[in-house]
Write a protein that binds this ligand. Structure first.
Ligand SMILES: NC(=O)c1ccc[n+]([C@@H]2O[C@H](COP(=O)([O-])OP(=O)(O)OC[C@H]3O[C@@H](n4cnc5c(N)ncnc54)[C@H](OP(=O)(O)O)[C@@H]3O)[C@@H](O)[C@H]2O)c1
Length: 280
């Protein structure tokens, strides 16, 4: 266990998992340092001069890379960051990675090679991509057009990822673990949208498109080219069935089952994730 008086650095601090990790650590009374471009001191993956000030005096770190471990430069950056942390005496690191991605596995290895006391969270698609991520706009528009066909995905709840991250950062027994995190059920993108429609009481449809149609639509919405390339890679290559199976990673780490998509959709709807100005 890291020294509980030293802050835990949480990268991606305002993002889907990072802000949940911070909320849990803070409510447990543990000191936290937020790590992102908007934090003080700022942390920027593309500006290594910001890394050392963010690491000064911390006892452990949660590493969520942005935009994706499959992006160019991610392996080098995460490896270099981990080596710097270990050189500064910060041994306990928890890395968020993506399931079924060779590049993410190279980043895992680069971080492992730092010699840190490492826990890897190898996660499947987050349920929250639909409620606070890149597909929220499509859900709100009533039509979700993604190049996902009828592929099954065991979507996982970011709250479960945060619970596992906090356990790994604060408890003994998780060092060296490779936690494959999935939800409890295989869900197609069409079913996911039907669950959200049922939870909100609104009409929302799912229309599968090709990767090329998806990329063109994203470009028309002025989504940055780097993001389009990552999505096209994830939909075009990773979403080929290789991840269409369940794991017991959440249960093994936490001693309880993961949350189901229906529960997520119900709670997110109740919290206003898909509320519209018309009150829908
Ligand atoms: N989403 C999924 O379904 C999924 C599944 C498996 C794995 N993952 C992995 O999870 C990680 C996060 O992905 P996400 O899409 O869910 O994002 P996210 O955590 O919701 O995203 C954004 C966070 O990154 C920060 N950020 C943005 N640019 C940054 C930069 N240049 N330097 C430092 N911080 C920066 C943002 O804060 P500021 O704007 O303040 O900088 C924010 O805190 C990725 O490595 C991804 O591979 C995601």
């Amino acid at each position: 266990m890291s020294n509980p008086t030293e802050p835990i650095l949480v990268l991606g601090a305002t993002g889907k998992t990072g802000r949940r990790v911070i909320a849990r650590l803070t409510s447990a009374g543990l000191p936290v340092r937020a790590g992102s471009r908007s934090a003080d001191p700022p942390f920027d993956w593309y500006d290594p001069t910001t890394w050392e000030p963010a690491l000064d005096g911390v006892g452990a770190a949660y590493i969520s890379y942005y935009p994706d471990l499959a992006a160019p430069g991610a392996v080098e950056a995460t490896g270099k960051f981990a080596r710097l942390a270990v050189a500064k005496g910060i041994r306990r690191l928890v890395l968020l990675a993506g399931r079924g991605e060779a590049e993410a596995e190279r980043a895992e290895q680069a971080v492992r090679d730092s010699g840190a006391d490492l826990t890897i969270l190898r996660s499947t698609w987050f349920m929250q991509n639909f409620s606070e991520g890149d597909f929220l706009g499509q859900v709100l528009s009533g039509e979700v057009t993604l190049p996902a066909g009828d592929m099954l995905e065991p979507f996982v709840d970011a709250d479960d990822i945060a619970d596992v991250a906090v356990a790994a950062l604060t408890e003994d027994g998780h060092v060296g673990a490779l936690c494959e995190l999935t939800g409890p059920r295989l869900v197609s993108f069409g079913e996911a949208i039907r669950e959200i429609a049922a939870a909100t009481g609104r009409e929302i449809c799912y229309a599968p498109v090709s990767v090329e149609e998806f990329a063109a639509a994203m470009a028309a919405q002025h989504v940055p080219q780097e993001a389009i390339e990552i999505f096209s890679f994830l939909f075009g290559e990773v979403l080929d069935g290789r991840n269409a199976h369940l794991t017991d990673g959440v249960t093994r780490a936490l001693g309880r089952p993961p949350r189901d998509f229906r529960e997520f959709a119900r709670d997110a709807a109740a919290a206003g994730a898909w509320a519209t100005t018309e009150g829908g």
